[in-house]
Design a protein around this ligand. Structure first.
Ligand code: C2E
Ligand code: CA
Ligand code: CA
Ligand code: CA
Length: 275
């Protein structure tokens, strides 16, 4: 039996192990998730520590599978990247985020994650341009989050691409900084508007002097390159105090608000103002 990834019919081969089988089934199910209305976006607030105001929201994708229930993006995004489904899915996410943000009462930014696979599409810039035009969201309200994995394979092309995106007035953040391929060279040569320190560092910051030293080093780097730094994964007041003491620009995490439906945005805002 021929059974390629992404085919809607699933072949269960006796030798195939359970996890490979599950991945294949998820890949098939994911192809219909958009049309079946199983996907939605949640939004998590990003707070400016300088002004104490709401800086924007990150859009985070959720999949409610009819049988399995909630499937984590950490599980299905890698599958979608493997099958190429992420290209259609990512475009849906961007369009949906722009439409929803357009309807918010405020003028906050919306930050959208771009997969490295999407970033490598030759028509990425045109796709983004078309979505902005179609949805009417002002470019200054859109931020794209990319990881270094997206740019290392072809730095020249990536630079060209980022310049075009920035030329439209969109801002670009480097995500998960400190993990994977992070290099000082990339930071210096790419026009990022924001550095997002990976949450793993903050999570270890209270028990580990090294983790705290890394946070401090990234903040110093941001300062010297004049790029604001956002710390991810702030869960407690004492973590927030660490960040304030070190002079961090922005923060995001459960402490300020969990990813939530758009209608609860105003609630989050009141909570932010009280802190
Ligand atoms: P990410 O871009 O690093 O997103 C941050 C993740 O940290 C989110 O997980 C968020 O819910 C979680 N988080 C936020 N605050 C806290 C906190 O205080 N403590 C802890 N422990 N976690 C916190 P989520 O939503 O499960 O997403 C996981 C990853 O899946 C994302 O990591 C991103 O890489 C990917 N992802 C999510 N949505 C999209 C999307 O629309 N497109 C693409 N390409 N990837 C996405
Ligand atoms: Ca992100
Ligand atoms: Ca991140
Ligand atoms: Ca991540």
């Amino acid at each position: 039996a021929k059974a390629t990834l992404g085919e809607s019919v699933c072949f269960f081969e006796p030798g195939m192990d359970e996890s490979a089988r599950q991945r294949r089934q998820l890949a098939a199910d994911l192809r219909h998730a958009v049309e079946r209305g199983e996907l939605r976006l949640l939004y998590q607030p990003q707070r400016s520590l300088r002004t104490g105001t709401l800086a924007g929201y990150e859009a985070l994708l959720r999949w409610q599978h009819p049988v399995r229930g909630a499937v984590s993006p950490a599980d299905f995004i890698p599958i979608a990247e493997e099958t190429g489904e992420i290209i259609a899915l990512g475009e849906w996410v961007l369009r949906q985020a722009c439409i929803e943000a357009r309807g918010w009462p405020g003028e906050e930014k919306v930050a959208v994650n771009l997969s490295p696979v999407q970033f490598l599409q030759p028509d990425l810039v045109e796709m983004v341009r078309a979505v902005l035009l179609e949805t009417g969201l002002p470019a200054r309200r859109l931020e794209l989050e990319i990881t270094e994995t997206a740019i290392i394979s072809d730095k020249l092309r990536a630079l060209h691409c980022l310049r075009q995106i920035k030329g439209m007035g969109i801002s670009v953040a480097i995500d998960d900084f400190g993990t994977g391929y992070s290099s000082l060279d990339t930071l210096q040569s790419f026009p990022f508007d924001k550095i997002k320190i990976d949450k793993s560092f903050l999570m270890r910051s209270e028990g580990s002097a090294q983790a705290r030293a890394i946070i401090r080093a990234v903040l110093a780097l941001g300062k010297s390159l004049d790029i604001p730094v956002l710390a991810e994964g702030v869960e407690t007041e004492s973590q927030l105090r660490v960040l304030e003491a070190e002079g961090c620009d922005e923060a995001q995490g459960y402490y300020f608000g969990r990813p939530a439906e758009a209608p609860s945005l105003e609630v989050t805002e009141t909570r932010l103002q009280k802190i």
